[in-house]
Ligand binder design. Structure first.
Ligand code: ADP
Ligand code: MG
Length: 429
């Protein structure tokens, strides 16, 4: 912009200041007008985010990306691709096309992963899904991004994953392509929270499960109706006490999950930034807890308060149990890390001082690749081709891959009890 036009536009801005609002101009009519406008705009925004209901696009993969997913070199992958017809798998070549450009859908890619070895761990007879709850009572630390990426990343490795959204805001539900406003109470955890005799009441979660746009990831959605559990759960506990019965109101989810645990390898639960009776159900159903911490400001103070409250609720549940509860692992993962900042480096040291061996090796950088703003809702795994620097993408992708690998390894070792060599990297050894 030339100096002349710049100064002209500046004077234009100065010439037309925003209208000064006279006091008393905004009343019920204006507020209702704004409310109607916002809801119409919300419909337009949703149409942009969700397209027609439930059709969030999945990524497509080229041969090199497929090779990476399968843990094969480019040449080994190519040799396998030449046998596609024999194996009954997609060769990725468009019908009738002469070019050698290959392209695979998410489903075809996962089929290839499974055909070339599949999940690194095969559950043995009687072994159950590992339930991992992602939580912290601070918002905006990346819980939902971590939970969603973990589910997608594990599915890309050939595992079967169930996700449960415990956040009434339904952010993970939205990330998985479902508009939380369209979710009915019976499609969430809520029926398990309601008392017997309530029209919604159920004791199992199976009926609430739906498939998602991501092959291998199912969902029990979250929506605002989850709030009612906060009222019903303690009420049921009080009623039981009055009748001289014992009722563990903090482990309703743990019980409801029992029947479906053999159908999945992992259950990933996303929680709201609060510790309540409802979210405590998510922590007590868990075999492992993953806690993202942003190395900044008052994070450590909040996290210490979190464990303080958590321990108190844990003790309450312990009194209602026959056997003591034990977790297979706890993982604190530094999230949204801006590692070039000296203050962040010093905070990371403090985090290691506070949490010692519970701090994971993985660290998630603050990155432009992860976005939930505007009309894009996605994780690193949603991207087929990053419109930005490849270095930026790779850095983010590798960090999330490391987290997925670490979670997989800790679960194999500490939950399924597999003996693993220390130097195993999580690749298909
Ligand atoms: N590693 C990251 N880099 C950049 N932005 C991130 C990262 N992780 C999360 N975010 C952004 O931070 C915001 C909060 O993330 P979210 O996962 O919703 O946090 P929480 O569930 O803890 O409230 C979102 O806008 C999300 O896109
Ligand atoms: Mg969240």
């Amino acid at each position: 912009m030339s100096r002349e036009t710049k100064s002209r536009s500046k004077s234009k801005v100065l010439a037309e200041p925003p209208p000064v609002q006279a006091p008393g101009l905004i009343g019920a009519d204006e507020l209702h007008g704004l409310d109607e406008h916002l809801s119409a705009m919300m419909d337009r925004l949703k149409a942009a985010i969700y397209k027609p209901a439930g059709t969030k696009p999945t990524p497509v993969f080229n041969a090199a990306q497929l090779a990476r997913l399968c843990g094969k070199s480019g040449s080994t992958m190519l040799r396998n691709l030449e046998k596609a017809a024999e194996l009954g798998l997609a060769d990725g070549l468009a019908e009738g096309a002469t070019g050698s450009q290959r392209s695979f859908t998410l489903e075809q890619a996962i089929d290839w992963v499974c055909a070339l070895g599949g999940a690194a761990y095969q559950r043995r007879e009687g072994q159950q899904a590992a339930v991992i709850t992602v939580g912290f009572f601070k918002g905006g630390v990346g819980k939902t991004i971590v939970a969603t990426s973990l589910a997608q990343g594990l599915a890309l490795k050939g595992y079967k994953v169930l996700t449960i959204d415990f956040d009434p805001q339904g952010s993970m539900t939205a990330m998985l392509g479902v508009d939380p406003a369209t979710v009915e109470a019976e499609e969430t955890f809520t029926p398990l929270g309601t008392p017997p005799g309530h029209p919604l009441h159920r004791t199992t979660l199976a009926e609430s499960i739906r498939p998602t746009y991501w092959t291998g990831v199912d969902l029990v959605a979250g929506s605002t109706n989850l709030f009612q559990c906060e009222f019903y759960l303690p009420l049921r506990a009080m009623n039981a006490q009055a009748e001289g019965r014992q009722f563990n109101f903090l482990e309703v989810l743990a019980k409801g999950l029992r029947q479906i645990r053999e159908d999945y390898d992992f259950v990933i639960i996303d929680t709201p930034p609060a510790l309540s009776y409802t979210t405590m159900n998510a922590y007590l159903a868990a075999d492992a807890v993953l806690m993202p911490i942003v190395p900044e400001g008052l994070s450590l103070q909040s996290s210490a308060q979190f464990w303080d409250m958590f321990t108190e609720l844990f003790d309450t549940a312990e009194k209602l149990r026959d056997t003591p509860k034990r977790y297979a692992w706890l993982g604190v993962v530094p999230s949204k890390v801006e590692s070039h900042k000296p203050a962040v480096q010093s905070m990371l040291k403090w985090i290691r001082g506070f949490y010692g061996e519970y701090v994971m090796t993985s660290e998630l950088p603050q990155t432009d690749v992860v976005k939930t703003g505007g009309t894009t809702l996605g994780t690193v795994y949603d991207i087929s081709k990053y419109v930005g620097s490849n270095k930026t993408y790779e850095r983010a992708r590798e960090a999330f891959d490391r987290l997925v690998n670490e979670v997989e390894l800790m679960t194999r070792r500490h939950y399924w009890g597999e003996e693993l060599a220390d130097d195993i990297t999580g690749g298909k050894a």
